[in-house]
Write a protein that binds this ligand. Structure first.
Ligand code: ADP
Ligand code: MG
Length: 244
């Protein structure tokens, strides 16, 4: 990967849902976006504006109806299913809005899973998983099952799972939704630190206060990327958030 190459690039990405033209929903419309190493991008916009769709495209969980998605310079659309799965495991950490933890696995087993699937020995994977849980303040609950954890605890396990391994792209769909404000800020500090260490992150959020941790805020409306805000404006958002 060359120095100026984006970790994530979306090139005129559109996504239309629904088969018949009557039922068609254009969830994303020709979105262009690049996220570079070290950058933390917040995505804001009303409900139904395409934020989650944008993330699923970026993470290769679904493919665009038109346009291209490149992760670390590789076009996802050109990969076999197997190679795509590999890119998703090695390069992309994904925090789902509804956590998607595996109920039959403990917290530490959930977090270690992507590494084990990728061939890391189970002791190493477990050690890394413990370190990730620790970073999220979840080490004591390592042996709990998801059903025995609160929503906020499950959310932090899901974030630990997205951060394990040295994944260059972290995608998080409202990762602070179930957290109280102190825990939310702590999670954002972890994401920020990950970006400062060279990862690229894109996070959907409703809260201006949380978006203020980002270098850049992009807004979606009806599937279109309508605005980009730099760090200075993000700090103004922080001020606005603090007044609420
Ligand atoms: P957001 O995350 O901003 O709330 P989404 O990306 O979830 O928005 O959805 C964007 C639009 O696409 C909405 O109109 C939603 O109803 C529609 N949509 C999302 N997923 C699907 C799907 N799997 N099938 C049909 N329509 C969908
Ligand atoms: Mg959503």
């Amino acid at each position: 990967m060359t120095q100026d190459q984006a970790v994530l690039r979306l090139d005129r990405v559109s996504r239309v849902y629904g088969r018949s033209s009557a039922a068609e929903v254009c969830a994303l419309r020709e979105v262009d976006l690049a996220v570079h190493a070290g950058e933390f991008v917040a995505v804001m916009g009303p409900s139904g504006s395409g934020k989650s769709t944008l993330l699923t495209m970026a993470g290769g969980l679904d493919s665009p109806s038109s346009g291209r998605v490149l992760v670390e310079g590789r076009e996802l659309g050109g990969l076999s299913r197997r190679r795509l799965a590999e890119v998703r495991r090695r390069s992309v950490g994904y925090v789902f809005q509804d956590y998607n933890l595996i109920p039959a696995l403990t917290a530490v087993e959930n977090v270690a899973l992507p590494r084990e699937l990728d061939g890391t020995g189970s002791r190493t994977a477990r050690r890394e998983a413990m370190a990730a849980l620790e970073e999220l303040g979840m080490a004591e609950l390592a042996d709990r099952f998801p059903d025995d954890m609160s929503g906020g605890q499950q959310q932090r396990v899901a974030i630990a799972r997205a951060l394990i391994g040295d994944r260059r792209l972290v995608l998080a769909d409202e990762p602070t939704g179930a957290l109280d404000s102190n825990t939310g800020e702590a999670v954002l500090a972890v994401l920020r630190a990950r970006c400062d260490a060279g990862a690229a992150a894109m996070m959907v959020t409703h809260e201006a206060r949380h978006a203020a941790w980002a270098d850049r805020v992009v807004f979606l409306r009806d599937g279109r990327l309508v605005d980009e805000t730099g760090r200075a404006e993000a700090e103004t958002l922080l001020a606005a958030g603090a007044e609420q």
